[in-house]
Design a binder for this molecule. Structure first.
Ligand SMILES: [Zn+2]
Length: 104
């Protein structure tokens, strides 16, 4: 993990590392958003809970998001679904960004 992270940071300039360090000091909001987006990309949303990323056998709760290209998100429990819905405005940018990518 440490080696992989070091390798990933190889492409960063000193200035970029300073920006990253500042984000980490300030609660890592940007970093968390990037990691969340990457986890969403890697996980097949129907197989993993969109909130806690627990693997799902049969999703009990699902939502279809987006207009033209529907993105389906599933949840392990109603608590995770409720958390997702209560933070939906924060996720909106990522959801629409992913939709935009697919439209190309
Ligand atoms: Zn969950």
């Amino acid at each position: 993990m440490k080696t992989k992270l070091k390798n990933a940071l190889n492409d960063f300039s000193f200035e970029e590392l300073k920006v990253l360090e500042k984000d980490l000091v300030n609660g890592a909001e940007e970093m968390r958003a990037i990691i969340w987006e990457k986890m969403q990309e890697l996980s097949n949303s129907e197989k993993f809970c969109a909130t806690c990323f627990r693997e799902l056998e049969n999703a009990k709760y699902s939502l279809a998001l987006g207009t033209r290209l529907k993105k389906r998100v599933s949840f392990c429990e109603i608590d995770c679904m409720q958390y997702f819905i209560s933070h939906l405005k924060e996720f909106e940018k990522e959801i629409t960004a992913q939709g935009g990518k697919n439209e190309n």
